[in-house]
Design a protein around this ligand. Structure first.
Ligand SMILES: Cc1cc2nc3c(=O)[nH]c(=O)nc-3n(C[C@H](O)[C@H](O)[C@H](O)COP(=O)(O)O)c2cc1C
Length: 366
């Protein structure tokens, strides 16, 4: 299983299993002399951490990150900065309950990766799903915290815009609201509805999907590497690599198929400084695989959690028909904790392209 690395100049390698000793990552290619503390990374990890409300898995992991390499504290000013060498990050697993998985160790959960790991590798780690567990995504969030610092002034934010049948009202979008409810939802009224809705789903032993929107602002124009390293293509691949993601769209995405050419094409005009400005952003900040300078906007759909209490038909490892019901601690809507993960993947792709752009054309952008 050799594909545990992504990125070209900003390269992230993750390792570790859900119920192993620890999970970790190596961020290779981060430029030197960037201020970086464990607190910068912890802040992002705390947003993804399990056990923070009744609407997510009750596994209690403090997710305390240690920076084990790649930084140096300047004795003159006490500031900790990156050195340009590989940044090693480690989080110990402290609340794994492998016994919870005994009952399903010989069964394939429909919708999960049990069958495909077994059929491919001839072995699978049933304890918390091993490497197929979204526990691994904690390291993406950690790497994303580093990536955010690579592109000067860049802001990457995300929000849950749909949960099952509940859509947000975009006219009520408030970024401050995202931190005020347990769903990362930007619409306070929709968040209230989600509480009752998800509680019912959880109590019924079921689960539900979600749609998440991620937005990067202050992305310089010019990032992206046509033709086979287009920015939109690499963002889509990065978001699609998140567990349970089943669809990705950029800007207006699938809805653009309904628009006319006039409605879809973002008109341009000079701004006060004589620079081009777009009057709309159906393109999601990307044209020809290259960033325009407008916010980069992507959305991804997350399927409902497959580990559910309600019994489903399946087969066991011996090929006999069986029934499976998953007890233990699971997220009733994995889309909630996928919000910081999506932000992190977007930040990593943009940091990578920022460095690749600099490598090809230097600092200058027209
Ligand atoms: C943040 C997050 C948390 C998740 N938690 C669970 C979970 O508790 N139970 C579960 O069955 N799947 C969970 N998943 C999804 C599985 O990891 C995923 O469905 C599985 O690896 C199969 O991969 P696929 O759905 O991408 O095909 C989670 C996904 C994310 C992004």
């Amino acid at each position: 299983m050799s594909h545990n690395t992504f990125g070209h100049l900003f390269r992230v390698t993750t390792f570790g299993e859900s119920h192993g000793v620890a999970i970790g990552c190596v961020v290779d290619g981060c430029p030197p002399r960037i201020l970086l503390t464990a607190a910068d990374i912890q802040r992002e990890l705390d947003r993804r951490r399990p056990g923070q409300s009744k609407f997510v898995t009750q596994r209690r992991e403090p997710d305390e990150v240690k920076i084990i390499s790649g930084v140096f504290t300047d004795p003159k000013n006490g500031e900790q900065v990156t050195t340009g060498t590989p940044i090693g990050l480690l989080i110990e697993n402290v609340d794994a309950r492998s016994k919870d998985y005994d009952a399903i160790s010989e069964l394939y959960r429909p919708g999960h990766a049990d069958y495909t790991y077994d059929v491919k590798y001839g072995i699978r780690d049933p304890r918390g799903s091993g490497r197929a567990s979204a526990r691994e995504t904690a390291m993406r969030v950690a790497a994303g915290a580093v990536a955010r610092k690579v592109v000067p002034g860049m802001i990457v934010r995300g929000a849950l815009v749909q949960m099952g049948e509940i859509d947000i009202d975009r006219s009520r979008w408030d970024w401050d609201e995202v931190a005020r409810n347990p769903f990362f939802c930007p619409d306070a009224e929709a968040a209230k509805k989600m509480e009752t809705y998800l509680d019912g789903i959880r109590k019924n032993g079921s689960s539900v999907g979600a749609v998440i929107e991620v937005v990067a602002e202050n992305v310089p124009p010019g990032l992206g590497a046509p033709i086979y390293g287009k920015l939109d293509a690499e963002i889509a691949a990065a978001l699609m690599s998140i567990n349970a993601v089943k669809g990705v769209e950029i800007g207006t995405g699938f809805a653009s198929a309904r628009l006319s050419g006039e409605a879809n094409a973002d008109e341009m005009r000079p701004d006060n400084a004589g620079r081009p400005e777009f009057s709309s952003n159906n393109a999601g900040g990307i044209l020809g695989g290259i960033s325009t300078g407008a916010p980069v906007v992507a959305r991804f759909a997350v399927k409902p959690t497959s580990s559910i209490l309600n019994p489903r038909q399946t087969v066991n490892r011996q090929g006999a028909a069986a029934e499976v019901s998953t007890k233990g601690r699971h997220d009733p809507c994995v889309g909630i904790r996928a919000v910081p993960v999506g932000e992190a993947m977007l930040a990593c792709v943009l940091a990578d392209h920022y460095l690749r752009h600099r490598g090809q054309v230097g600092e200058t952008t027209k």
